[in-house]
Ligand binder design. Structure first.
Ligand code: MET
Ligand SMILES: [Zn+2]
Length: 765
């Protein structure tokens, strides 16, 4: 009999209960015991929920208070010394690793001041993990029995679970060596694997019938050294006596499949949503007993699974190896999708029927499994309903809008190109904008005060009128403009007070998007996001930002920068469609933005910024796929911005990433000025900066921190930059928008930045 399996369930809870409980604990409102109790209740709820939907194999140890990788660092005692010296409780040590800790001395306990571990994106998802830190001094040992405890907790509730562990090769591959250590993390595999064996033995003793061991790095380009390590590592792991299901996801295994051949594991899981070819690849290397777990229900998007296609794939696996050896599974953990569709009553029924969130995906797994075990007749109604939903979606007018498609068909290469090369048009812009050397600017948003949020909520709820809200926004803009004039910034912004979020704001103004009320997904720790969903062809019915930007420009003689979110960021921070290529969706968004850019220009806005912070994260996992992505991403930006006059200045902005990999792409955008987050990266951008051909503003202060750098520090940074960037190409700005900061530090930061800039101008005139 085929069995169904979920690889990991969203842990934050239907109404973000976990977020609320952990934040309450952090602020001292509830005790550690109360926090543990609510976590335990959530775990139990989630196991029951999955069982109730009919899932056979449900995961345990997929729960985490902060991040699953950090749980492994903690479990295996990869805890950097700096977190141990304060004698914190284990739970507080753990949270300190995740979010840092700063508190004054109290009751004879010393003051604590320790930053968090480094946070990194989980492959190409929007989930973030805390990068493990190891050194030759790391003493791997079992520091926590979380995996065993959670297994037993479920068992006590009469639920047999399959514990999830992140595999040792993936763990060390994602780790970094501590500053003091020169060890290559992967060299520590033998030591770490020995402790995994101990843990596996404990799980077997506790009654675990099999263990899911995740090795997602197998979807990456790997060195021979890493690939070779699989054999010895898994031979050692076999001593643990557990039936291991080696689990891969997020992409094609390609040649990496070879290292799985002959490994002493009970089975292999592959993602056939992202890479259908994984099915044949896996079938070709299994021995005659190994299980194949077929990841056919996507853990990465919110679309209903096409049952007809899915059944055909599963049947193929059954035909090859027999139903006893096939598992029907989610492609990856489903933590990347919202909890459930229940309560999303604002969604039009004709659109809601296209979606399946986590709970609904569990039901899908059960239906598919029944279909292959008992025959299609056993779930006829479900199969028919699913086919009808798919048909309705394919035929829906919103998924194929003629006007949008016609416009796409008429896009010409010239539309991606500014009329005049940078050198020449920049001279014209200088003439018209009359900016000093080292022009100063900000990235767009100013502090989103409580008053702004409260007033916006009132407007959304209808308790104030559109006129009252407009007047409020105008006053906010006026204040921010005056502030910038007073402290002496050169290129001003309107401050973005009208925006809830840089993607949602545009989604709401365009056709083709829908929004959930409760579709939260964990991004990192207790932070959750609620991505818009792209459901149809995207277009822009009318101006989105012109009113605010034109007003802001009308009250100052300084240049006002119009502020837009660029195509890839809108696409990446939404749930994209799965029925149309992402390149097509990016182009649709770009055409809408193009109209906006031209309308801004018409309204007298001479500087326009299109933020593309998500450009880096869209890079495919395999290098061979990069150029195709970069090509359409760059084209989308150029299509959005390429139609302006020579003396209209196009800016772009990048943050949250390591830019080395996309520096050519950034150059390819042909923007006149780019600002790049830089302050946290120890100015490591420096080496590439000198090669940049247009203007560049490396961020001068970290907007995530309330700390205000003194003037001297700003001056040092500017001096360092002047050495690598041509003097007439350097712009001065913060790392990113200021919306999460308060006014006092914003004022102090910007004042110091401007004083230092003036000093630098005097020295470099
Ligand atoms: C994450 S990038 C943010 C850019 C946006 N213009 C802001 O200033 O907030
Ligand atoms: Zn930013």
């Amino acid at each position: 009999m085929v069995q169904s399996a979920v690889l990991g369930f969203p842990r934050i809870g239907k109404n973000r209960e976990l977020k609320k409980a952990t934040e309450a604990y952090w602020s001292g409102k509830i005790s550690a015991e109360e926090l543990q109790t609510s976590a335990k209740n959530l775990r139990l709820d989630h196991w029951k929920l999955q069982k109730d939907q009919g899932v056979d194999i449900v995961p345990s140890n997929d729960f985490s208070f902060y991040d699953q990788i950090m749980d492994h660092s903690f479990t295996f005692n990869a805890i950097p010394e700096r977190y141990l010296k304060y004698d914190l409780s284990p739970l507080d040590t753990y949270f300190a690793m995740g979010r840092g800790m700063q508190r004054p001395a109290i009751d004879g306990k010393p003051a604590v001041d320790v930053p968090s571990q480094e946070m990194v994106k989980w492959f190409d998802s929007n989930y973030h993990f805390l990068r493990p830190e190891v050194s030759d001094k790391t003493e791997f040992k079992l520091n926590s029995t979380k995996a065993v405890d959670e297994f037993l907790e479920a068992k006590q509730a009469n639920i047999q679970t399959r514990p999830v562990l992140v595999g040792p090769v993936t763990f060390l591959y994602l780790a970094k060596a501590t500053k003091e250590s020169s060890v290559k993390p992967i060299e520590l595999l033998p030591k770490l694997t020995a402790v995994y064996v101990e843990l596996l033995k404990k799980l077997v003793e506790a009654g675990a019938e099999s263990v899911q061991i995740d090795e997602p790095i197998l979807a990456l380009d790997l060195s021979k050294e890493v690939l070779d390590s699989y054999k010895s590592t898994y031979e050692t792991l076999a001593q643990g006596g557990a039936k291991l299901i080696l689990t891969t996801y997020f992409g094609p295994l390609k040649d990496n499949i070879e290292v799985l051949k002959g490994l002493p594991v009970a089975g292999i899981h592959v993602d056939v949503c992202r890479a259908p070819e994984n099915l044949d690849a896996a079938l070709s290397i299994l021995d005659d007993k190994q299980i194949l777990s077929v990841g056919i229900v996507s853990g990465r998007n919110i679309w209903k699974t096409d049952f007809q296609k899915a059944v055909a794939v599963i049947e193929k696996a059954i035909a090859a190896i027999g139903s006893e050896r096939v598992i029907v599974a989610s492609s990856s953990s489903i933590l990347h999708i919202p909890h459930s569709l229940t309560g999303e009553d604002q969604l039009k029924p004709e659109i809601k029927r296209w979606f399946a969130f986590a709970v609904e995906k569990c039901a899908e797994l059960a239906i598919l499994t029944k279909a292959v075990n008992e025959g299609p007749a056993s779930v006829r109604e479900e199969l028919e309903a699913n086919a009808a939903d798919a048909k309705a979606r394919a035929e829906s007018p919103i998924t194929n809008v003629k006007a949008v498609r016609d416009r796409q068909a008429a896009v010409t290469p010239e539309m991606h190109t500014r009329a005049t090369p940078f050198e020449k048009r920049y001279a014209l812009q200088q003439e018209s904008l009359k900016l000093p050397q080292f022009p100063t600017t900000t990235i767009g948003s100013f502090p989103q005060t409580k008053e702004i949020r409260v007033t916006r909520n009132k407007y959304v709820k209808g308790s104030i009128s559109a006129e009252e809200y407009d007047a409020f926004i105008r006053k906010e803009i006026t204040d921010v403009v005056k502030f910038q004039e007073n402290i002496g910034l050169d290129v001003l912004v309107h401050g973005e007070p009208e925006r809830n979020d840089m993607v949602q704001y545009f989604g709401e103004k365009m056709e083709g998007f829908v929004f959930t009320v409760n579709g939260w997904v964990q991004s990192y720790g207790s932070r959750c996001v609620r991505p818009p969903i792209i459901v149809g062809d995207v277009s822009r019915p009318g101006p989105m930002t012109v009113k605010e930007s034109a007003f802001a420009q009308s009250i100052t003689s300084k240049p006002m920068k119009g502020m837009l979110t660029a195509p890839i960021t809108i696409l990446r921070w939404s749930f994209p469609r799965d029925d149309v290529e992402e390149s097509v969706q990016a182009q649709q968004i770009a055409l809408g933005l193009r109209d906006e850019v031209l309308d801004l220009e018409k309204a007298g806005v001479r500087v326009i910024q299109c933020d593309e912070p998500a450009l880096r994260e869209g890079l495919p996992l395999r290098r061979a796929d990069w150029s195709q992505y970069v090509d359409y991403a760059v084209k989308a930006f150029r299509l959005a911005t390429g139609g302006v006059k020579d003396d209209t200045q196009i800016h772009s902005h990048f943050c949250y990433s390591d830019f080395n990999d996309i520096f050519d792409a950034i150059q390819g955008l042909d923007a006149d000025v780019v600002s790049i987050e830089n302050s946290k990266s120890d100015m490591k951008l420096m080496s590439v900066l000198s090669n940049y051909k247009s203007c560049i503003g490396p961020g001068l202060f970290d907007i995530h921190s309330p700390r205000v750098p003194p003037v001297e520090e700003f001056k040092e940074r500017i001096d360092a930059l002047v050495k690598s960037v041509p003097k007439d190409r350097l712009w001065i700005n913060p790392d990113c928008g200021l919306k999460t900061r308060g006014w006092p530090e914003t004022t102090a930061d910007l004042e110091n930045m401007i004083v230092a800039t003036r000093m630098a101008r005097n020295e470099n005139a």
